[in-house]
Design a protein around this ligand. Structure first.
Ligand SMILES: NC(=O)c1ccc[n+]([C@@H]2O[C@H](COP(=O)([O-])OP(=O)(O)OC[C@H]3O[C@@H](n4cnc5c(N)ncnc54)[C@H](OP(=O)(O)O)[C@@H]3O)[C@@H](O)[C@H]2O)c1
Length: 261
């Protein structure tokens, strides 16, 4: 299969990437620091892309479209959890930019070539941390920033967006996935306690990659589109807001306003 993926340079994404290459898939990896990657493979193509930059996302998508008439799978795995308010180069709060704007925008740009595949899939890494509601009145938490709320909201947004897209674009399979608590560098800016917590309670990236690898390889007829997966099975999400599809067009509209500017 031809896979495009983000977030394959570390953590559970790096583990999934090595699985895909060993399984014979061809991968186009979008990475912000290609020079730091220590994986080389005939089936791996790396495109430099910083998901904190709209221009960089557009450029990466153009590079892919230039050479690919179709792709089978898009994996939006990259994600951040910032503990302080920081803006992207486009002036957007970074958690919102990387975890919400980037996957939606990249998917929009690549959807035409995804639809050329026989059984296309869009898989986005969400999280079990998606409780609460969407803070539409200040979606970037500019007034009172909370890294926890911003991260949690970002994952709720992609869950709702995925459920909505599954109804709208039926020829594509859509899913979100939760890898479990995994010992990675996700909380790198969170200080000693957060890092200790993930190190102590987190599972290995190898185990954390399992659901993502499963979703890529499983026959589409055995999967349920729009769902949230964990432990290689469909799982319930925790709040009513995660099933409230009326929020999806609002999220898409906010992203479209950002990406048009
Ligand atoms: N760890 C957990 O317990 C857990 C639980 C639930 C969900 N998740 C989700 O799992 C996904 C993978 O995270 P992880 O835990 O494996 O953490 P990680 O090791 O920090 O991996 C995050 C990945 O995202 C990439 N990334 C971040 N910002 C980027 C940007 N601006 N442009 C391009 N790439 C960028 C990173 O690239 P660099 O190598 O360049 O930093 C890295 O490849 C995330 O979506 C995360 O929210 C993790």
């Amino acid at each position: 299969m031809e896979i495009v993926m983000t977030g394959g340079s570390s953590g559970l994404g790096a583990e999934a990437l090595s699985n895909f290459l060993n399984q014979g898939h061809k991968v186009i990896l979008l990475a912000r620091n290609p020079e730091k990657l220590n994986v080389k493979h005939d089936h791996l193509r790396v495109i430099k892309a910083d998901l904190n930059s709209l221009q960089s996302i557009r450029h990466a998508a153009d590079e892919i479209i230039k050479t690919q008439s179709s792709i089978d799978v898009l994996i939006n795995n990259a994600g951040i959890w910032n503990f302080d308010f920081q803006e992207s180069e486009d002036g957007i709060e970074q958690t919102f930019h990387v975890n919400v704007v980037a996957p939606i925008f990249l998917t929009q740009l690549l959807l035409p070539i995804l639809k050329n595949a026989a059984h296309p899939k869009v898989i986005t890494t969400a999280s079990g941390l998606h409780q609460g509601s969407i803070h539409f009145e200040d979606i970037q938490y500019r007034n009172r920033f909370s890294g926890f709320k911003s991260y949690r909201q970002s994952k709720l947004c992609v869950i709702v967006w995925t459920r909505y897209m599954a109804r709208k674009e039926k020829e594509v399979f859509w899913a979100t996935q939760h890898p479990g608590l995994v010992d990675t560098k996700l909380v790198r800016s969170g200080g000693f306690f957060a890092q200790w917590f993930f190190r102590w309670f987190g599972k290995s990236p190898e185990k954390g990659a399992k659901t993502l690898v499963y979703l890529v390889n499983e026959n589409i007829e055995k999967l349920k589109t729009g769902e949230f997966y964990k432990n290689e099975k469909v799982a319930k999400t925790d709040t009513l807001a995660s099933y409230d599809l009326r929020n999806a067009p609002k999220i898409i509209e906010i992203v479209n306003q950002i990406t048009k500017s």
